[in-house]
Design a protein around this ligand. Structure first.
Ligand code: GDP
Ligand code: IMO
Ligand code: MG
Length: 512
């Protein structure tokens, strides 16, 4: 039996989601499992996602296209589902890259009901973040926005428009007169909001490369409606043939017994419904949202694989992170906006995973794991694996897990795992539970008011101190690593079905 058959068993629909704050290697595993699948579908998020695939020397990064696209030439279907926030500019850019690399995409379908990202969404996203950065009490602050540290891809405003019944969808690209009417109605409302913000910031944002360096800018009306219309008309022509009723496609595929692979974006803890709200993205990127976003039912999923990084985790943007190495110093450093991989390597050339200083150890972990955003290049905040959060997350994705990035800690002398929290905040009611200082928590509560005051209690383990990136069988893994795997399995109640020891397709171990 092949390794992938072993992993998927009798399942005909498999979902890959993330049990943390994203960037755990969903792209890698969707690419690995695409060999098994007939249909690969994205259902949530948009160009905020960055999914990286390594095949030999070649690296591919996808933001909106499903990570199964490298199997298009084998006749496999790739679907961008209706739950996604679709920016046509990004899709077209990704298609151009595929063309330049001679990778086919003839079986790519885009849902006719995907939520259409328009220039006003990107502007609003960025202008709100900029205002929030100045601080809530600043006289220039016009609204009670919370600083999230978004990716600036217009994600929040596009989903907000959808729920406010003001949104446009990809199908509108096919009917340009209706597109125009809906665009004008939407812009009228956006102008009312945007006029409250700093005009200088709006102007600057309107000249951002993602807004085609000012192509949509109009001095009086902020937006040049004709320019938007012209551009989206072109987008419609370019993508029109790919736009289809993908829900119907998925229902048929399921009924015909095709093997379906669902690709999660972001992670459970970033879900608008179950994440650390408001420090989340604006779609439900858990398994539930993913299934809904492709038009299937939750009970259609036969196997949900929840990814966990092997013994550490990361977070990009704002929000509580109890096990963060270096605490607020790390959060501030990573949130500055100008820190890149190059800056950091120059500033802290010696930082390593064994640094005694927790902040520097966090930098060392970031360098070892190359934890810099695939979408924005921002440094990802780093910290130890948090079992209370994992226990919470698994309630939404189940016990079947994949451990990734295990090789990152090869050099680590001591590995710490957070098993519990000591709550040190003020008295706080969460439903019927009254939290009080000194309380011990086994499972996290996603409310930042609580999570922000949880102090991790760690168990310590010796590192395996050898290179594992060439290992392909679980039994050949170092004993110390296996002890850690068993510990987490027991502590969190999960089963590790596969492990990843490097970014390449081949660096994958399916458990016996
Ligand atoms: P995604 O958003 O969940 O798809 O993850 P990203 O692609 O944003 O980030 C994961 C990063 O880790 C990518 O650069 C991958 O190439 C890389 N990666 C995936 N698995 C492994 C692994 O086992 N070891 C190492 N060192 N890198 C990995
Ligand atoms: P993948 O699929 C990590 C984070 C942002 C920010 C918050 C809201 O690659 O794992 P948004 O632009 O969505 O409104 O930003 O969510 N975020 C991600 N973090 N990986 C992602 O995707 C993310 N997509 C959004 O950093 O904190
Ligand atoms: Mg990513």
């Amino acid at each position: 039996m092949s390794a992938l058959q072993k992993l998927t068993g009798s399942a005909s629909t498999v979902a890959v989601v993330c049990n943390q704050w994203g960037d755990t290697g969903k792209g890698k595993f969707v690419d690995v499992l695409a060999e098994w699948a007939d249909v690969i579908a994205r259902g949530t998020g948009g160009a905020n996602a960055g999914h990286t695939i390594h095949v030999g020397d070649k690296k591919h990064v996808f933001h909106l296209l499903p990570s199964g696209i490298l199997y298009d030439h084998e006749g496999k279907w790739n679907i961008v589902g209706g739950g996604t926030a679709l920016d046509p500019r990004v899709v077209i850019e990704e298609l151009a890259i595929l063309e330049s690399e001679k990778i086919s995409y003839k079986n790519l379908l885009i849902a006719q009901n995907a939520k259409l990202v328009l220039p006003q969404h990107i502007v609003l996203d960025r202008v709100r973040e900029s205002a929030a950065k100045k601080g809530f009490d600043s006289p220039e602050h016009p609204a009670a926005a919370v600083r999230i540290g978004t990716t600036g891809r217009g994600i929040g405003p596009v989903y907000a428009d959808y729920y406010a019944r003001l949104g446009l969808c990809t199908n509108d690209l096919l009917n340009i007169e209706i597109f125009k009417k809906k665009l004008e109605r939407n812009l009228r409302e956006k102008l009312l909001v945007l006029r409250q913000y700093d005009p200088a910031v709006i102007k600057e944002v309107m000249h951002h490369p993602h807004l085609q360096n000012g192509r949509f800018w109009n001095e009086q009306n902020i937006f040049d409606v004709e320019a938007i219309l012209e551009t989206y008309k072109e987008y419609g022509k370019r993508l029109g043939d790919m736009i289809a009723d993908t829900e119907e496609f998925m229902h048929k595929a399921r009924a015909q017994g095709r093997k379906i692979l669902l690709e999660g974006a972001q992670g459970n803890l970033l879900s608008v419904d179950i994440g650390t709200y408001p420090y989340v993205t604006s779609s439900d990127c858990s398994m539930r949202g993913l299934v809904q976003g492709v038009g299937l039912r939750e009970r259609d999923v036969d196997l949900c694989l929840g990814i966990v990084r092997g013994f550490y985790m990361t977070r990009v943007g704002e929000g509580p992170f109890p096990t963060e190495l270096g605490g607020t110093k790390s959060a501030e450093w990573c949130g500055k906006g100008e820190v890149t991989k190059v800056v950091e390597s120059k500033e802290f050339p010696e930082a390593s995973v064994n640094d005694k200083d927790p902040f520097l150890q966090g930098v060392g972990m970031r360098k070892a794991g190359n934890e810099y955003g695939a979408t924005t290049g921002r440094p990802r905040r780093t910290g130890w694996l948090d079992i209370p959060l994992l226990r919470y997350s698994m309630e939404h994705s189940g016990p079947e897990a994949i451990f990734t990035k295990l090789d990152v800690l090869d050099e680590c002398e001591e590995i710490k795992i957070c098993t519990k929290y000591d709550y040190q905040g003020p008295e706080y009611r969460w439903g019927k539970t009254l939290f009080h200082p000194g309380m011990t928590l086994d499972k996290a509560v996603p409310d930042p008011e609580l999570l922000g005051h949880c102090v991790p209690i760690y168990e310590s383990f010796p590192g395996w101190k050898e290179s594992i990136s060439g290992i392909r069988e679980y039994k050949a893994m170092p004993a110390k690593l296996k002890t850690l795997v068993s510990f987490v399995e027991k502590a969190a109640g999960l089963r590790v079905r596969a492990l990843s020891v490097g970014p390449d397709r081949e660096q994958t171990i399916v458990r016996e």
